[in-house]
Design a protein around this ligand. Structure first.
Ligand code: B16
Ligand code: MG
Length: 209
């Protein structure tokens, strides 16, 4: 059975993708090109620097390392302005209830996110206490689909990854969970999350009726 559950953040517990999008779009605007929601799909689950690389590729913009750092920093400041307004009403349907259900069953819970803002987001949502361990973009160096984040999360729970289930909305995240050796519950579209063991629309589907 499942001894540990490892949750991705954006797209699984909260929809922060819309705020990432607003902040990336204003950067693109300043650089003189349009960045669409379809483009934004490519940034889901991807680290900040890799997101910027994709955005600059979309716009055909060349930038030095120094300029890139400045752009990523400006984007992050705008993003932090948005997420400073987050409150518990933005937790995705069923997510908090499912975490509480797992805890009541003795399942250990970890966060496994690419975000460097994860601790802040959890605190804005008032759900920090539901996690036994938080592994995020400040603690790992290799981005999903590398399994590092999920291996670190199962290690922090003192569990074998084979006894953990990963909950992920991004293709690269599903691949990372499988590469770690865990079972993976995909959240989203079965057409995109082909490698997941099962795919559901949201965590509310896992609550007892
Ligand atoms: P930050 P996740 C990811 O979160 C987002 O899906 C992705 O769009 C973002 O670029 C990445 O976090 C890094 O976020 O700029 O806050 O460090 O899905 O891994 O929880
Ligand atoms: Mg995600």
């Amino acid at each position: 059975g499942m001894k540990g559950a490892i949750f991705d953040l954006d797209g699984v517990i909260v929809d922060t993708a819309k705020y990432h999008y607003l902040a990336w779009r204003s950067l693109a605007e300043r650089l003189g090109f349009e960045f669409t929601e379809a483009h934004n799909e490519r940034l889901k689950g991807v680290s900040r620097v890799e997101s910027l690389r994709i955005l600059l590729e979309v716009g055909g913009v060349e930038a030095t390392e120094e300029e890139r750092l400045e752009m990523a920093d400006t984007k992050n400041k705008e993003y932090i302005n948005y997420i400073s307004q987050l409150d518990p009403s933005e937790i995705l349907p069923g997510a908090k209830e499912y975490l509480e259900l797992l805890r009541s069953q003795g399942v250990k819970i970890a966060l496994g996110s690419a975000s460097k803002n994860a601790e802040f987001i959890l605190s804005r949502l008032s759900i920090t206490d539901l996690f036994d361990a938080v592994i995020d973009g400040t603690k790992v160096s290799k981005a999903k689909p590398d399994p590092e984040v999920f291996l670190a999360a199962s290690a922090a729970l003192q569990l074998n990854p084979l006894d953990c289930v990963v909950f992920e909305d991004a293709e690269a995240g599903v691949q990372a969970g499988k590469a770690a050796g865990s079972k993976v519950v995909g959240i989203g579209s079965p057409d995109i999350l082909k490698e997941a063991d099962i795919v559901i629309a949201g965590l509310y589907e896992l609550l007892a009726q």
